[in-house]
Design a protein around this ligand. Structure first.
Ligand SMILES: [Zn+2]
Length: 210
């Protein structure tokens, strides 16, 4: 089972490159397991990753397997500890999410698909230095009960009930950020109201139950 989880992480990291979300060694992904979580390593390109490079970290932050976990492992651990519903976490410096994160503002409900992030906005966490507990704290509180948030002047954090779910939310959130960036260049931004967004959330619930 654990080898299977390691393979899944490598496969997801490769998809993130193929989809144009990550470049080179940027970004990381993790998957919950029974005594902690598996996380991609620091400084190894997904095409060159093998299952022995995947790190295993327990809930106290001890490195049980692997050599050099991603420098953002704290953020991953703290999301799992705060959110029992979350099985997978993806962190990326994708171009459009990162661009919008530099505005230090939440992405408003300009399009109904924003509901896939679990909220009516993609909230933006305040800036904190990479790899720190401070960044993890602001990221977890901004993510709250949703599936995606921006990290100011840094990138995006996405969580999911599976790796496939996290990957789908990452891809959609990046597309929404690209659309929002274009919209932001215009004079007027019209957003959907709470009632309209409630109807989208209700329809999504019924849709995903089928
Ligand atoms: Zn980062």
């Amino acid at each position: 089972m654990s080898d299977e989880q390691r393979e899944l992480l490598i496969e997801t990291s490769r998809k993130l490159i193929l989809n144009g979300i990550n470049r080179g060694t940027s970004g990381n992904a993790s998957l919950r397991c029974h005594n902690g979580f598996f996380i991609t390593p620091s400084g190894i390109e997904p095409n060159k990753m093998s299952i022995n490079d995947i790190c295993l970290i327990d809930w106290d932050g001890n490195l049980l397997e692997g050599q050099r976990p991603s420098s953002e492992w704290r953020m991953h651990r703290d999301v799992y500890m705060a959110r029992p519903d979350i099985q997978a976490v993806i962190h990326t410096h994708s171009t459009f999410a990162t661009t919008v994160s530099c505005l230090e503002e939440d992405v408003p409900p300009f399009h109904y698909m924003i509901a896939v992030t679990g909220n009516n906005t993609i909230p933006c966490a305040p800036y904190a230095l990479f790899g720190t507990q401070e960044l993890s704290d602001v990221a977890v509180s901004t993510l709250d009960k949703g599936y995606a948030c921006l990290l100011a002047h840094h990138g995006m954090l996405v969580s999911g009930t599976s790796l496939d779910h996290a990957l789908a939310v990452t891809t959609e959130a990046e597309a929404l950020c690209e659309q929002y960036w274009r919209l932001r260049l215009t004079e007027k931004i019209i957003t959907l109201n709470d009632e309209q967004m409630d109807a989208v959330h209700d329809k999504f619930k019924a849709y995903f139950k089928r």
